[in-house]
Write a protein that binds this ligand. Structure first.
Ligand code: DX5
Ligand code: ZN
Length: 214
């Protein structure tokens, strides 16, 4: 299982030290949550913060945009060194175009689905995707409870990926912890995002390893 720790749960007063800690861990990526206060009822941080993080991060940046019209920012996200750009299906009127633009910019393209958005909405773009991010909480905040229906959704997505011949990986975001992670792994996910479970742990590096071992 791959792990993408979410720095939304980091201590922003010592963000550099937390990035260095992640560099020394077995994390596969660093999950970066950008919120605009419009698409979700919260605001996190934006490009100036990403610009500071990017030169010290030694892991690929997995950027999750919880913003309206995310396709407007493709070149900015690429320029700060992101490896994966996640856009919400619910935020893109022209989702196909957004995916092509992300790939043309040299990034991996990922589409994120809110808990209420069905997997079937991806039928016509799944072959083009590098990753699908299923929200297992309503986006906007860390530390929320895992929505159980996500487990059935992972199975439906795995089936869609198999029948379409897509190479997309399945990433799960929200409420990942020692209880939910084994269930998510068993349902067929490839990548776990974990915010509070990693950063509130007494030993974040061990917490990352415990998820990777699944
Ligand atoms: C929520 C964010 C998540 C968040 C997860 O909107 O997309 O990435 O950091 O936090 P936890 O792991 O605490 O549920
Ligand atoms: Zn996220």
């Amino acid at each position: 299982m791959k792990v993408s720790p979410s720095i939304l749960a980091a201590d922003f007063a010592r963000l550099g030290a937390d990035i260095v800690m992640l560099n020394s861990s077995n994390a596969d990526m660093i999950h970066v949550d950008i919120m605009d206060g419009v698409f979700v009822p919260n605001i996190s941080f934006g490009f100036p913060v990403l610009k500071s993080i990017s030169p010290i991060a030694e892991k690929p940046l997995d950027v999750h945009l919880m913003i309206v019209e995310p396709q407007r920012w493709v070149s900015r996200v690429r320029d700060i060194g992101a490896s994966i750009m996640n856009v919400h299906q619910e935020a893109c009127t022209h989702l196909h175009r957004a995916i092509q633009e992300i790939k043309a910019a040299g990034m991996k393209a990922a589409v994120t689905l809110n808990p209420s958005t069905p997997v079937s909405t991806l039928e016509d773009v799944i072959a083009d995707l590098d990753m699908v991010l299923l929200m297992s909480v309503n986006p906007g905040f860390g530390g929320q409870k895992f929505i159980e229906n996500t487990l059935a959704k992972i199975r439906r997505l795995r089936n869609l990926i198999e029948i379409s011949g897509s190479r997309a990986e399945i990433e799960i975001d929200g409420g990942v912890n020692a209880v939910t992670a084994p269930l998510i792994a068993e349902a067929g996910a490839d990548i776990l995002v974990a915010g509070s479970y990693v950063f509130n742990a007494p030993d974040p590096i061990a917490a990352i390893d415990s998820l990777r071992a699944l």
